[in-house]
Design a protein around this ligand. Sequence first.
Ligand SMILES: [Ca+2]
Ligand SMILES: [Ca+2]
Ligand SMILES: [Ca+2]
Length: 240
Amino acid sequence: AHKFYSSPHLEYNKGGAHFTICNFKGLILSLSECIKQLLTSYNNLKTEKDQLLTSYNNLTTEREQLLTSYNNLKTEKDQLLTSYNNLTTEREQLLTSYNNKVKERDQLQTRFEDMTKNRDNLQRKLQGNYFWYQVSSEKKSWEESRRDCLKKGSDLMIINSREEQFKKSLWIGLTDSETDGRWKWVDGTRMTTSYWNSGEPNGGRTENCGQIKVYDSQNSWNDETCSNKHFWICEKRISP
Ligand SMILES: [Ca+2]
Ligand SMILES: [Ca+2]
Ligand SMILES: [Ca+2]
């Protein structure tokens, strides 16, 4: 009986005669057939090996490319990180700078507001103090006196303070011609503070124009008949 082995080929010895058979993938073949099959198998394996080698080389190349690509990406990443850090630093500097500028702006704004307030105060003071006065050298009625002042771009003096008192008998810009007893200044404002001499005003419907009369007294005013002739005083506000 034949004895089978799993090896590709085997020798079978029977009564001194020497046969060589082989078991190729479970088939019992003659030696020449076996060699043919082995050769084919060898060639196939060789081809496969070559393909695997090619595949291996390709993979090696690919791996190297990937490695290069990876290294490039890593470098790029590092550069981006550096760039990001620089930008972060720059952003912080800009933020600090911005905050400083905001503070500076607020301080300037405060200063500007203070200075504006100061300027307005000064302007008010200057406007309150800068007046041009002219005392006439002749005598005229209240109406004619006023016309003279208006011609010069001024008007009869309105007395706003105690300081506007003159040591001379003069027409001032005060009248109650419209309604007796309702004294008004020539700019249309109602008289609120007054410096009437004692007993004045006393003229009723006949004395409707104001004058400084008793000039040695703080309370110097008198109501006077408008058509009487007196010296007068013009006043003009000068814008600084
Ligand atoms: Ca005045
Ligand atoms: Ca009157
Ligand atoms: Ca009077």
